[in-house]
Each structure stands twice: as C-alpha cells, then as structure tokens.
Design a protein around this ligand. Structure first.
Ligand code: NAD
Length: 436
C-alpha cells in the first residue's frame, strides 16, 4: 500500500532537510530545485507476513522510499532494526540523494527498512522475511529504477536472497537490481570494506593537509560493525592508535591503543567485543577499561569516528566532545543543533554524505560491472575508489575554505549544485522564463 502521512514526529527528516537551507546560498541554483528536494518522490509501506519456524505467523512492517531520481535510479540500503520508522527511512533516502551527488554518481537516493530485531530470527525466518519484502516492493525497484544495498544488520547473504527473488519475479537473472551481493552472485571485490575504506581515504587526505604522523593520532570508533571495523583495521595498519571501540553492548578503552585485527577476530567469532591480543588462534586478555557508548564519544582523542547509528552527538553532549576531528561513517550521527555547537568549538566534522560515500561508490562499481558483465580486480576497485574519494574530499574541503563555512554546509552546497543543475537541465522553468 502507499503510505499516508503519519502523526509520527518529523524530527529526523526535518532535521535532515534543514541542512539544505543553509547550503542553498552557496550552491547558486534555482530555488525550485531546493523545493523539489524537500519532498521524497515515492514512499511505499508494506506488510510482510512471515511463517515462523514454530508455525506461528508474524507480520512485519517495511518501507522503501525513493527520495529523488533526477540524476539516475534511486540508490540506497535496506536496514533491519526494531527502531526503523518511516521518518528515519525518509531521512536516510534524502542523505543518499545528497551523498551520490557529492561524489558525482549517476544516481538519485533511496532507502528501505523493516521493523525487526533480526537477532531474534533464525536464518530461515530471515530469508523468508527478505524474500517477502522483495515480493512486496518488486514493482518499485529495478536496475534503472531503484537499486537497494545493505545497511545496518543486513549483509551480502541477504542481498543474494533479494536478487534471487527479484530475478524469479521478472524471470530474468538481474544482478544489477541490488548491490552488496556475495562475490559468486555478482558482487564486486572490495565492496565489503568500501565504507570504512572511503572514510580512511578522507583521513589520509587530512593527514596530508595537516602533515601529522599517524602514530601521534588517537582514534575512538563508536560501532564495530562493517564500517567501523574496516576503518579501524586500515587506520591501525598505518600506525594510528585506535584507543577505543564499542558496539551496542558498550565499549572498551586502552590508552596505548588496541591490536585491531585481534579485536575483529574475536568479535566476529564470539559476537562479543573483548580487549584481547591474539597470536594465531591464541588470544590473551589485555588491560582495558570498559566504557559506555556515551563516554566513548567524549574521550580526549584526536579523531572520533561515529560508525553506529544516527543521533549520537546531540545538543546534550556536543559541548563535551574533545576530539578535534569527527569523521561521520554512520549516517546522521550528529543533530543540527549539535552541529552548531561543534562548529563554534572549531571541531572539523567530515560529514556523513562525504565520509561514508565509499560504500555507495563501490556499489556503483558493482552495478557497472553487472551491467557490463565484466569484473574488475581488487586493485582496480581500490584505485578507482581512492581517486573519487580523494578528489571529492578535496573539492569539498576547498569549497569550505573558499566560503569560510563548515564542511557539512560545503558538502551540501556541492550536492545541491549538481542536482540543481540536473533539475534545471530538464528545461521546464527555462521555457516559462523565456516565454513570459
Ligand atoms: P553493522 O550492522 O555492520 O554494524 C553496526 C554496529 O553498530 C554494530 O557493531 C552494532 O553493535 C553497533 N551498534 C548498534 N547500536 C549501537 C549503539 N547504540 N551504540 C554503539 N554501537 C551500536 O552496520 P554498518 O553497515 O557498519 O553501518 C553502521 C553505520 O554506517 C550506519 O549508520 C550505516 O547507515 C552507515 N553506513 C554503512 C554503510 C555500509 O556500506 N555498510 C554505508 C554507508 C553508511
């Protein structure tokens, strides 16, 4: 069914689009483009009945929002989380539009979500839910329409089921309908670590600009899933001191920094974050403090990387942030009110729509490879990703310096300019301007 407007609070979507207003004056585009971007193009709400393993029936709510498709098909992940709401999906879809525009991908923005705690479902239940969702939204997605991908608590296996289900519906193998697939089913090499790697390339550009030495830099990472783990791994390999990490259960802190490969190994084997050092398969516990997710954000570090969920840095804790740089791997970790406080404190925020764009960039590479039927080696993926991330990081950084604005406003101005030019190129307004 098509969703009706709900009485649900609009905060997160309103907060998201408010960022456009401050960027508008630097984008030099027609106000009509701004108006269009304030309204998602299509909103779908579905119910997904699932036969559970014990024979009972559960019905889950799901959403897909295509925010904009001026520059290309909608593009954006599908999230499985108990707190998913229509407003959250709308905000996430909006961010995807801006993110694709910042890095110049030929896409609009989309997002989907199912209200579910996936940890409570068996693998077979998860598969039935995922396939059921695709059956409900199949008419609204497609390689040239809207292309989903993984997000929080969805992964390559789920993307594989979804691609398979869609291919059955259209009676044609269609790998380009979804990205983030397993490699044997048409996934791209390098998609698994692309988000963390893209953020890492941003930090490498800052390293070049600021001339710092990695072993002097302390990093705290909130969220130790796909984005956070890979970012931590790459930074650690370069000598950065990753002194704190956390997951939904809480965090660990160690002033000397952690051996990140050991943390990743135990987290992925035991699903628990443990302060350990491993040699081969033997892991020893190392000295570390347990800290809460809230405390992690306020640690005295050089770089803070929120890589979990949105709304983590708010007006209540922004004044306590001690990091000089925040690299937003998560989508929307900072509220607009918090942004103002961080800007006043001269904290450099590399905004989500730039910092975590590595994921969608390699998703784009996957889509291109699927359409071409020709697959690239890993080095080519890394080189192409680095070229795009470094180039677009510097373009946003230069715009920030030129206008003396914060980096988020600069990123939105850049995105708005690209989308605004595409909207104006459709020519409708020009026709009236010329004839009246
Ligand atoms: P994930 O499911 O792999 O990991 C999420 C991590 O966050 C897990 O470690 C989880 O335990 C932790 N977490 C959950 N709730 C938390 C809380 N309240 N406090 C601290 N940690 C908590 O997800 P992911 O793919 O790494 O996504 C993380 C963020 O990055 C999300 O905001 C997502 O939208 C964004 N992102 C991901 C990608 C991608 O390609 N994976 C791309 C762009 C943006």
């Amino acid at each position: 069914m098509m969703a009706e407007s709900t009485a649900e609070s609009n905060t997160i979507f309103d907060d998201a689009i408010r960022r456009l207003d401050s960027a508008f004056s630097y984008a030099e585009i027609d106000p009509e483009a701004l108006e269009m971007l304030k309204h998602p193009k299509i909103i779908i709400q579905v119910s997904i009945p699932v036969r559970m393993d014990d024979g009972s029936l559960r019905v889950f709510d799901g959403y897909r929002v295509r925010h904009d498709d001026t520059c290309g098909p909608g593009k954006g992940g599908i999230r499985y989380h108990q707190d998913v709401s229509l407003n959250e999906v709308k905000a996430l879809a909006f961010w995807m539009t801006c993110k694709c525009a910042v890095v110049g991908l030929p896409y609009g923005g989309g997002k989907g979500g199912i209200v579910v705690n996936p940890k409570e479902l068996s693998q077979l239940e998860l598969e039935r839910l995922s396939r059921g969702f695709i059956r409900q939204i199949a008419d609204f997605i497609g390689p040239e329409v809207d292309v989903p991908a993984p997000d929080v608590y969805t992964n390559a296996m789920i993307m594989g089921w979804m691609m398979d289900e869609y291919s059955k519906i259209v009676r044609k193998r269609t790998p380009a309908v979804i990205t983030g697939k397993p490699i044997p089913l048409g996934g791209s090499l390098g998609r698994d670590d692309a988000t963390g790697r893209g953020g890492y390339y941003c930090i490498k550009e800052l390293e070049r600009i600021r001339g710092w030495s990695p072993d002097d830099i302390r990093v705290a990472i909130q969220g130790f899933g796909n984005a956070g783990q890979h970012n931590a791994r790459l930074l650690h390999a370069d000598g950065y001191k990753v002194v704190a990490v956390s997951d939904s259960q809480g965090g660990i802190y160690r002033a000397d920094g952690f051996d990140i490969p050991s943390l990743i190994k135990t987290k992925n084997e035991s699903r628990e974050l443990k302060a350990v050092y491993c040699e081969g398969s033997v892991c020893e516990v190392v000295d570390a403090e347990s800290i809460s997710n809230e405390a992690l954000l306020e640690l005295d570090v050089d770089i803070l990387v929120p890589a979990a969920l949105e709304n983590q840095i708010t007006k209540d804790n922004a004044a306590n942030i001690k990091a000089g740089i925040i690299v937003e791997l998560a989508n929307g970790p900072t509220t607009a009110e918090a942004d103002a406080i961080l800007n006043r404190a001269d904290i450099l925020v590399v905004p989500d729509i730039l910092a975590n764009a590595g994921g969608v960039t390699v998703s784009y590479f996957e889509w291109v490879q699927n359409k071409a039927g020709y697959y690239w080696p890993l080095e080519e993926v890394h080189t192409k990703l680095k070229t795009i991330m470094s180039r677009e990081f510097n373009a946003v950084y230069d715009l920030m310096k030129k206008h003396r604005i914060d980096m988020r406003t600069a990123a939105y101005a850049k995105a708005l300019k690209r989308i605004g030019e595409a909207i104006s190129a459709q020519g409708t307004k020009q026709f009236f301007d010329n004839n009246h």
